[in-house]
Write a protein that binds this ligand. Structure first.
Ligand SMILES: [Cu+2]
Length: 338
C-alpha cells in the first residue's frame, strides 16, 4: 500500500533505517490532511446546495454553536497535532543520537566536491564506501562556504559549516550505489557537486578498506621512502601536530592540569563552562575549542586558549581531535607530551 504512495509523492527509494520512519510520518501527515480536506470539501458542497440564497433579500440566520461543538473542534486537531509531535520527537531524538559503536567517517565539502576520510585512512573524493547494516557516523565540515550533505535514499541531510563539525548517522539497509547531493547553494557548480555512497557487504567493505590503506601507504612510500609518516594515521598525525603547534605549553596528556585542561579522558567527558553550563566534550566541542575558544570557556583557568582559526586546516583539526579521542581516561601515559 505504501509503494503507490511513495510513487504518488515522488519520494526517492529507501535504503536506510531512517527512510521507513521518515516516510511513515510523511504519509500520516499527508493522509490526515487529505482526509480533512476531503471532508471539508464535501461539507462545503452540501452547504452550497442546502443553504443557498433563494430570494434576493434573504439574510443568513445567526447561529450559536453549542459548547460541545467548540470543544470538539479544538480537541480533535489538538490530538492530531500532539500525535504528530510525539512521533516527530521520538524520531528526532533517534536521528540526532548516533549509536556509540558507529564507524566514523569525516566528510569535508569543498567547491565542488566531497572528500571522505576514515580515521585510519584511506581518503576518497566523491565516493563514500560504507558497510551494510552497520551504523556509520559522518562528521561533516567545509573548507570554504556552507554546503549540505544530502543522501535522499537514506533520508539524511546535514549542513557542512566551515570551522565547525556537524554530525549525522545512518544504517544502510541494502547494498547498492546511492546519490549524494549538496543541498545548500554554494556557487556556480553547486548542481554538479555530486557524490556516491557505495553500500557494501561487511566483509567486502573490510577488505576494500584494508586494500586501500595498503595502497595509499605504498603510494606515499614511493613518493618519499624516508618518511615513515606515510603510515601515519590521523592519531599519530595529531600527536605530531600537537608538538609542532605547541599545544603542550598549556595542555598535558597524563591527566594533570597545566595552564589548560589535560587531554586525557577529555573526550565525551562532562565539562563545566564559565557560564555554569555543563557540556559533553564531543567532536564538535573539541573543534570549537580550537577554532573559537571564546565561545565556550572551561571554568577554572586563568590563561586564555588562543584561537587556531586559520592556523589549522580542517584535516589538521580532525587529526588533533582524533588524537585527543585516543587519550582514554584509564591508564595515564608515562610522562607528558613526548
Ligand atoms: Cu556545495
Amino acid at each position: 500500500m505504501t509503494q503507490w504512495l511513495r510513487e504518488l509523492l515522488f519520494l526517492p527509494e529507501r535504503a536506510s533505517t531512517f527512510a521507513d520512519r521518515v516516510d511513515a510520518l510523511h504519509y500520516q501527515v499527508f493522509l490526515t490532511t487529505m482526509g480533512v480536506w476531503a471532508v471539508i470539501t464535501l461539507v462545503m458542497g452540501y452547504f452550497f446546495v442546502r443553504f443557498r440564497r433563494k430570494r434576493v433579500e434573504q439574510s443568513t440566520e445567526p447561529f450559536h454553536p453549542p459548547l460541545s461543538m467548540e470543544v470538539f473542534f479544538v480537541a480533535v486537531p489538538l490530538v492530531v497535532f500532539l500525535g504528530w509531535f510525539t512521533i516527530g520527537f521520538r524520531d528526532f531524538t533517534w536521528y540526532r543520537n548516533p549509536p556509540p559503536d558507529a564507524i566514523d567517517v569525516y566528510a569535508t565539502g569543498k567547491k565542488w566536491m566531497w572528500k571522505f576520510t576514515y580515521p585510519e585512512g584511506p581518503n576518497a573524493i566523491d565516493t563514500l564506501h560504507v558497510p551494510v547494516g552497520r551504523p556509520v557516523r559522518v562528521l561533516i565540515t567545509s573548507r570554504d562556504v556552507i554546503h549540505s550533505f544530502f543522501v535522499p535514499a537514506f533520508r539524511v541531510k546535514q549542513d557542512a559549516i566551515p570551522g565547525r563539525y556537524t554530525e549525522t548517522w545512518f544504517i544502510a539497509t541494502r547494498t547498492g550505489v546511492f546519490d549524494v547531493f549538496c543541498a545548500e547553494y554554494c556557487g556556480l557548480s553547486h548542481s554538479r557537486m555530486l557524490g556516491k555512497v557505495v553500500v557494501m557487504p561487511v566483509e567486502e567493505f573490510e577488505d576494500w578498506r584494508a586494500a586501500e590503506r595498503e595502497q595509499s601507504f605504498a603510494a606515499r612510500l614511493d613518493a618519499d621512502p624516508t618518511r615513515d609518516e606515510a603510515r601515519a594515521t590521523l592519531v599519530t598525525q595529531g600527536e605530531r601536530l600537537a608538538l609542532e603547534k605547541g599545544c603542550g605549553r598549556c595542555h598535558t596528556v597524563d591527566g594533570t592540569p597545566h595552564l589548560g585542561p589535560t587531554w586525557r579522558g577529555l573526550y565525551r567527558s562532562m565539562q563545566t563552562l564559565t557560564t555554569g553550563e555543563n557540556v559533553v566534550a564531543d567532536e564538535a566541542y573539541l573543534t570549537r575549542s580550537m577554532m573559537n575558544p571564546g565561545a565556550q570557556k572551561v571554568a577554572g583557568y586563568f590563561t586564555d586558549m588562543p584561537s587556531y582559526f586559520g592556523l589549522l586546516t580542517n584535516a589538521e583539526a580532525a587529526a588533533l581531535v582524533e588524537y585527543i579521542k585516543s587519550l582514554k581516561g584509564e591508564e595515564p601515559a608515562p610522562g607528558a607530551m613526548r
